[in-house]
Design a protein around this ligand. Structure first.
Ligand SMILES: [Zn+2]
Ligand SMILES: [Zn+2]
Length: 249
């Protein structure tokens, strides 16, 4: 009976406030989903991809390290990401980060769970500086981590990794400046020595140059972690042409 009543009231709510696509606001059947057109704009990452940083590869028939990872091996061990950071996904992630889009967390987590993550002991979200946290009122990486932890039963620790200084927005900087800007930006506070020999899964929203993930990994490995894998919703690629960055072997 209760179920019937709630079905009726949900229908009534849907009539008054029809659910909208989370990207383009087109009317959809269910709340917190995407319309068919926006769904088709998402680019899921499949093999062949870089076996270290997950960037999509072309011209090869299996996963292997990309040229960037061979030339400059990252400090983190491996990065997982279900999707390419394209324009459609960017709108969605910006809403999640900046415009009270916390209700999008479970949908993002469905996508995170597509990655076959193995061999990790616990989750640490990439921290926000206190000032950004104060302005935004939440840390999107921590929110993703909470849902992911609940669904996978992996423990999550929020206070081990901290930002030491507010770093300017990374988006407009070149790769060198990003690294320079983030050097020693993260510190570890691990009085119970939980990091000793631990396999950490670092969670964030987007992996762009890898500068943030590397700076976090440096701090965590320096404090005793044995590996630091990274899980993000999206992997940024420099341009569509980058997909062809491996050439014929
Ligand atoms: Zn749409
Ligand atoms: Zn790579």
């Amino acid at each position: 009976m209760l179920k019937f009543q709630s079905a009726i009231s949900q229908k009534f709510i849907n009539f008054l406030l029809p659910p909208q696509c989370a990207i383009c606001h087109e009317i959809t059947e269910k709340p917190y989903t995407l319309c068919m057109d926006c769904w088709e704009c998402l680019e899921f990452i499949t093999s062949p991809k870089c076996s270290i940083c997950s960037v999509p590869l072309q011209g090869v028939d299996r996963d292997m390290p990309c040229m960037d990872c061979l030339k400059n091996p990252p400090t983190f061990t491996k990065a997982y990401a279900p999707l390419v950071y394209n324009e459609s996904l960017k709108k969605l992630i910006l809403r999640f980060k900046n415009y009270d889009g916390l209700h999008l967390g479970p949908m993002f987590c469905n996508w995170l769970q597509l990655c076959a993550i193995e061999n990790v002991d616990f989750i640490i979200p990439v921290p926000l500086h206190w000032w950004r946290f104060f302005v935004r009122q939440y840390n999107q990486a921590a929110e993703l981590g909470k849902i992911f932890s609940k669904r996978t039963n992996l423990p999550i620790y929020f206070n081990i990794l901290k930002r030491d200084k507010a770093t300017a927005t990374q988006g407009h900087k070149n790769k060198f400046l990003r690294y320079q800007n983030l050097t020693d930006a993260f510190v570890v506070s691990d009085s119970s020595q939980i990091l000793k020999n631990a396999k950490v899964l670092l969670i964030d929203d987007v992996l762009t140059s890898g500068a943030t993930a590397n700076a976090c990994a440096k701090a965590l490995l320096g404090a005793g972690a044995s590996s630091v894998d990274v899980l993000t919703i999206a992997r940024a690629i420099k341009a569509p042409a980058d997909k062809v960055d491996y050439g014929t072997p």
